[in-house]
Design a protein around this ligand. Structure first.
Ligand SMILES: O=C(O)CCC(=O)C(=O)O
Length: 267
């Protein structure tokens, strides 16, 4: 795969970058079909909801119920992307997640950073967000605050919608309240890219990010994110974690290797 040094530098300097046309039509077809299966019959961690204009379909750990999602998480270009950006000698799958904003699902993904929701310590925590549609500001492209992964600010998890799947995150006294970035956008260095099917956003779990709702009447916005952890990551079940991503059987300080977080690459 063609990943340039500039893209790797941008990921580490800015906390996010974009890769063009790295997911083949064959993989996109498999993912698209798997998404329709999950919409028709959602797995157990469904966090979908309806907004006035359209439906948001969200779900996580979908690879555990679907062979095509599993193949993508365990043995697809996503693994190589994560391994390359993290320069990992070992890589675990953390989990995967669907974010489908149907036309009219005009509900913002509010600004947040991910790692406060996840039971992992370390800097080598990365998301590979696969775009399956032409995606612009109108139907919900992702936005990132440049450099925010270096802030070392842990923002208190809050629900994303009326059905977040876990709407009562415990308050962690060491976390701070999320900044109202939307109300003061000019104060932040916000970076974003339109994307086409097969492009991916690659971003750090500490990068503040969000996305507008889908304000179109006729364009879906399907996003499928896979999260991976590299060499410096250990299990760290803090207060405030999203319950579905806790891992049974692991103790604080353990490597993630487990049925839920398999090792997908080892040098
Ligand atoms: O797709 C979205 O709207 C949000 C994605 C996101 O927050 C993530 O992948 O961490």
């Amino acid at each position: 795969m063609d990943i340039s040094d500039e893209q790797i530098k941008q990921y580490w300097a800015d906390g996010a970058t974009v890769l063009r046309d790295v997911i083949s039509p064959e993989w996109r077809e498999r993912l698209a079909a798997a998404i329709e299966r999950d919409i028709a019959e959602p797995g157990p961690f469904d966090h979908s909801y309806d907004v006035a204009g359209g439906r948001f379909h969200g779900n996580l750990r979908v690879w555990q119920d679907d062979a095509d999602f599993a193949a993508f998480c365990l043995d697809s270009p996503a693994v190589e992307i994560a391994q390359t950006f993290l320069r990992a000698t070992r890589l675990n799958l953390l989990y995967d997640q669907l974010f489908v904003k149907e036309a009219g699902a005009d509900h913002r993904t509010r600004w947040h950073n991910d790692q406060p929701y996840w039971p992992v310590s370390g800097r080598d925590v990365i998301s590979v967000w696969v775009g399956l549609d032409h995606t612009t500001a109108e139907n919900g492209r992702l936005e990132f605050v440049r450099g925010s992964h270096e802030w070392d600010r842990w923002f208190q998890p809050e629900p994303f919608g009326p059905n977040s799947g876990n709407s009562a995150y415990d308050q962690n006294p060491d976390y701070e309240k999320m900044l109202d970035i939307e109300a003061d956008r000019d104060a932040y260095d916000i970076i974003t890219w339109d994307i086409e099917p097969g492009d991916v956003y690659v971003f750090s779990a500490m990068t503040a990010h969000g996305a507008p709702g889908n304000a179109t009447t006729d364009q879906r916005r399907r996003g499928y994110t896979v999260r991976y952890c590299g060499d410096d990551v250990f299990y760290d079940p803090r207060v405030g974690i999203s319950a579905p991503v806790l891992v049974d059987g692991l103790l604080a300080g353990d490597r993630l290797d487990s049925e839920q977080c398999p090792l997908v690459y080892a040098a």
